[in-house]
Design a protein. Structure first.
Length: 195
């Protein structure tokens, strides 16, 4: 089983996260940030990852530290669970509609961190969630599970739909990229021999 458990405690957050890449999409999410709970539940279901997240953060200040640190933990969990990366498909891409929103998302689990961020979220908040934290979460993820991740908004006016489409698309592309290709189950998917 490709699984990981991450514990991270700082002066700002206390996080426990468990990930099973080969799951069924079950999740138990309690981050203290309601909108992020919703997004991670969608991410888990669409990627078919089993994901548990518990976070006690300084949300009395704002949600920034919790959101960023959960992104760090999720990236570390993927890195640990993927191990030497033998047999993974490595790439995934999708153009995902969410009502009027249309999100293009593509990933290469390459061992190199890059985020191509192209969302134009029209409001500063969805409920109490600062929409700029979407980018912070994605940056934290790619810095801690080195991958090239491109997220582009092709259409959309509703901030909730744009972010929801992004998290669904992210789940789908990481689900595809981390899937084992049985034809190459004992090979690193790179001519270099490492990722």
């Amino acid at each position: 089983m490709r699984t990981a458990e991450i514990k991270r405690k700082t002066a700002e957050t206390d996080i426990y996260l468990s990930l099973n890449i080969d799951g069924t999409g079950e999740s138990d999410i309690n981050t203290g940030v309601g909108f992020l709970d919703h997004m991670l539940t969608l991410f888990s279901r669409h990627g078919r990852f089993d994901l548990n997240v518990s976070c006690k953060g300084d949300v009395d200040v704002d949600d920034h530290h919790s959101v960023e640190d959960i992104g760090i933990c999720l990236g570390k969990a993927f890195t640990e669970a993927l191990g030497d990366m033998k047999g993974i498909k490595r790439y995934g891409d999708i153009i995902l509609p969410m009502d009027e929103a249309l999100i293009m998302c593509a990933v290469d689990i390459s061992g190199r961190s890059y985020l191509g961020y192209g969302l134009d979220i029209p409001t500063e908040k969805v409920g109490t969630f600062d929409t700029e934290l979407t980018e912070e979460f994605l940056y934290a993820l790619v810095r801690n599970c080195p991958m090239s991740l491109h997220v582009k908004q092709l259409d959309g006016r509703n901030s909730h739909h744009i972010i929801e489409g992004t998290f669904k698309a992210l789940g789908r592309v990481l689900g595809a990229a981390t899937e084992i290709d049985r034809r190459y189950a004992d090979e690193i998917p790179s001519t270099k021999g490492v990722l």
